[in-house]
Design a protein around this ligand. Structure first.
Ligand SMILES: NC(=O)c1ccc[n+]([C@@H]2O[C@H](COP(=O)([O-])OP(=O)(O)OC[C@H]3O[C@@H](n4cnc5c(N)ncnc54)[C@H](OP(=O)(O)O)[C@@H]3O)[C@@H](O)[C@H]2O)c1
Length: 373
């Protein structure tokens, strides 16, 4: 009798919770909006906008020219580059909608990596003045103007072009910080899986500059490319599975994470480290990406605790000292961005569609100037 009453009440509570969750979800969905229909206030500029989810919704439009906050810098953008993050933010997936806006993408600007000239500074900015040439990270880089926080910008080396500087920030930081997680020592054997994307091409060069012996994993058409940026050995993944070789690596820098825990352990030295960077670039589709994200978490925080070989996951952090270091490496010629192609701002949607296929060679760069008018 008592059990039946408990079951009855549990069912009622569950039903009410479900109805409430449905109502909250329904209201949140319809309240989810963005600034796409907001009128232009003040000066206008051209920018790439995304008002609805989906790469095909990208278009060049007029938006309000941004005004810097007290600790921000207004940049006249000269170049911007694409990253996997830019695509993940606008793809139409339930996972994306959960985090970036249920009905419409909250953020309507596109692009993080930026290089350009300082146009104006907020009243608390001390390190930059109008006319300075800078590069770093902002929101809405695919535009004539963008605002960035002072802490997210550094001076552009004078012997480096705007296109080269714009290709560096996110991919360069990801490679540098990930290789640090791998605790690379000179002479160590490092394997870079996914060596020809934005992160991988910087990874190969930074690992070489740290004195490592680098093996790059790529597809057939990119063999010459990875050799040209310094890889000592190349494995063509269309012909050979690196986890079945007899080689052992001190560090696996894994941009793709398309092999199991035990397969990768097989080719790690007894105290080797596998750095779990990503899940294979922009081309990976939702179900596969979620599988790899969950797999990486399980591997890093579960399985790896029981072995001497470590599987470490990390999130790229915005770091001014690291941006300065990357600029110095580029100025010294130790790191040379691989730029597959540059596009005009009006052609940026084509660039993003190409990037979305997941086989960009190095970086895709958008140049921004008079032609975008
Ligand atoms: N941990 C973090 O905080 C963080 C930060 C930034 C980025 N990431 C992640 O890092 C990953 C790489 O980013 P990215 O900008 O370099 O991406 P990307 O530019 O799209 O490059 C992906 C590369 O993966 C290669 N690839 C695809 N399938 C492969 C396979 N089966 N085996 C080996 N290589 C394969 C492709 O080369 P081919 O054309 O030769 O196939 C392509 O060059 C992404 O998953 C991204 O989300 C992580």
């Amino acid at each position: 009798m008592k059990l039946r009453r408990i079951l009855k009440w549990s069912a009622r509570v569950l039903l009410i919770a479900l109805i409430l969750a449905f109502l909250v979800g329904f209201i949140a969905y319809w309240r989810s909006t963005n600034d796409c229909n907001a009128p232009i206030e003040g000066d206008a500029m051209k920018a790439i906008k995304v008002c609805e989810y989906g790469v095909d919704a990208l278009h060049l439009g007029d938006v309000t020219k941004p005004v810097p906050l007290d600790d921000q810098v207004l940049i006249k953008v000269r170049a911007a580059s694409l990253n996997a993050l830019d695509v993940f933010l606008i793809r139409d997936t339930w996972f994306g909608r959960l985090f970036f806006g249920l009905r419409k993408p909250r953020e309507t600007g596109v692009g993080r990596d930026v290089a350009g000239q300082v146009e104006a500074v907020g009243k608390n900015v001390t390190q930059f003045k109008p006319g300075d040439e800078v590069f770093g990270i902002c929101r809405g880089a695919l535009a004539e103007y963008a605002c960035a926080f002072e802490r997210a910008l550094v001076m552009k080396p004078s012997n480096v072009s705007f296109e080269e500087a714009a290709s560096l920030p996110l991919a360069g930081l990801t490679a540098l910080q990930g290789l640090r997680v791998g605790k690379i020592q000179p002479g160590q054997k490092v394997l870079i899986n996914g060596a020809t994307g934005g992160v991988g091409t910087f990874g190969v060069q930074i690992a070489k500059s740290l004195g490592a012996e680098v093996t790059a994993v790529c597809s057939t058409r990119n063999i010459d490319l990875v050799r040209s940026i310094g890889a000592d050995h190349v494995i063509d993944y269309t012909k050979e599975d690196f986890t079945k070789s007899d080689q052992r690596y001190d560090v696996i820098f894994d941009n793709v994470c398309n092999h199991s825990f035990s397969e990768r352990r097989r080719v790690l030295t007894p105290k080797g480290i596998c750095v779990l960077v990503g899940m294979g670039g922009a081309g990976v589709k939702e179900r596969e990406a979620i599988g790899r994200i969950v797999g990486n978490l399980f591997t890093a925080y579960g399985l790896s605790s029981f072995t001497d070989q470590k599987f470490a996951q990390y999130m790229t952090k915005l770091s001014k000292p690291d941006l300065i270091l990357l600029g110095e490496l580029m100025q010294a010629g130790k790191v040379r961005p691989v730029i597959e192609r540059t596009y005009k701002l009006s052609d940026a949607p084509d660039a993003i569609r190409h990037f979305d296929q997941g086989h960009a060679r190095g970086k895709l760069v958008i140049t921004i100037g008079e032609e975008s008018r």
